[in-house]
Design a protein around this ligand. Sequence first.
Ligand code: BG6
Length: 492
Amino acid sequence: MKQIDPCTLVLFGASGNLSRVKLMPGLFRLDALGRLPEKMAILSVGRGAVSREAWHADIKGMLDAKFKKGYDQKVFERFIARNHYHANPPTDPQAFERLKDTLSDEKTFPQNLAYFLSVRPSDFAPVVDQLASVDLLNEEKYWRRVVIEKPFGTDLPSAKALQASITRHLKESQIYRIDHYLGKSALQNILLQRFANTVLEPIWNKDYIDHVQITNTEMLGVGDRTQFYDATGALRDMIQSHVLQTLALTAMEMPKDLSPEGIRTEKIKVLEAIRPIPVNALEKHAFRAQYAAGEINGEKVPGYLEELGNADSVVETYAALKLFIDNPRWQGVPFYIRTAKRLHEADTRIAIRFKKAPMQIGSGQQQNWLIIGIQPRECIKMEIQSKIPGLDIRTRSIQLDAANRQDGDETVDAYEALLLNLMEGDNSQYLHISEVEAQWRLVDPVIEAWAKDRKPVHQYPAGSRDPEASKVIFEAEDQFWRYSIELGGDAE
Ligand code: BG6
């Protein structure tokens, strides 16, 4: 356990959804696990005036909603005593001066300060400016850190502009750019399993691997986020961040050590080695679609355009890309990455198909697959060919199936892990600006080309599998979308 300095977490946007569902419950759980330092305060900052008592009652509501089975009263009392509220009305020119006054009460607020900006992306830079203007980012005596929620920019130029703006006041070591997938234990396990096992590394390359599929599908639709989503789309929302980070961990070279710099250096290298997607042959490399009305778990659900109330939108809820990594390990190996809302299954996994075996025995023989399940099931599986007992020589696939998560293992939410890292001063599970930029550089041309192309977008019924037309991006005729992690999940 790393030592954590006494500190204050200043939570901007504390009454928003992220804070209610993830941050407050996450901090509470850390407190219950004994991971918060004794001297640690939480100052929630919101637009409206709220008394401390009312804020405490609100927090209790958040915890009740999250922990339906109840929670320890002693921990609750300790946790609630850490919590304070500060009103920061947007119309008040003195708001940040007042925030400074509040924070100057050293007895209540330890002076190492971590600011969590769970605010509108357009407010990231102005909040940092304001904090700097009242000298609340000064690290002379205490550390000062700033967490920037996703998305960091909406394209490469805006990400660069945001970076230029905040680095007028902050050093890289003070900036924590979130991609919450990096807080998931299953993602952190990818590196471990690749490099802490002798059997995997020698076959992890173009000589043995036919192709890689990285999939993240959801059964959920866009819900009440229609306006946000229509300005964003699946490429920006999921591929630019979570899916490309999963790819980086799958494809990167071995880091020289597990330090933040060690891991990031290799992730940056591999992201920068991805070949730009040729916009003049986009239809062979990228595919988009939108969900139409359909059924999820036996219930009828509306289509995306109906939910949005705008039949002209060409924004994708399904996106698939074919990528190549131009380095010696991966030359010529396609990486198919895809994400979708309202597909038939909610599953995140890495599926690797190996090349044809040296001995071809006849029909029924399949190529080997290695599958790493990220969610809902955390597992690693290897499918191998085996003789069907009997007089004839026939093969079938059998599965070596190991759960990465076992009964009794701790379940830590990604945000809990990341909040702890923040207080510990470890930003290895946060994004470096070079990663953010490489990710935008890759998806920007596709986003732009898709936005210009106003032809109606392919539709797939909610609850269905990938649209048939998406197969256009496959390099070889015998490649197909791998479905569930179960054996036979490749069936069309
Ligand atoms: C968010 C996206 O970053 O990740 C959402 O904005 C998506 O659209 C979510 O649903 C998925 O996260 P998780 O942890 O539920 O897989």
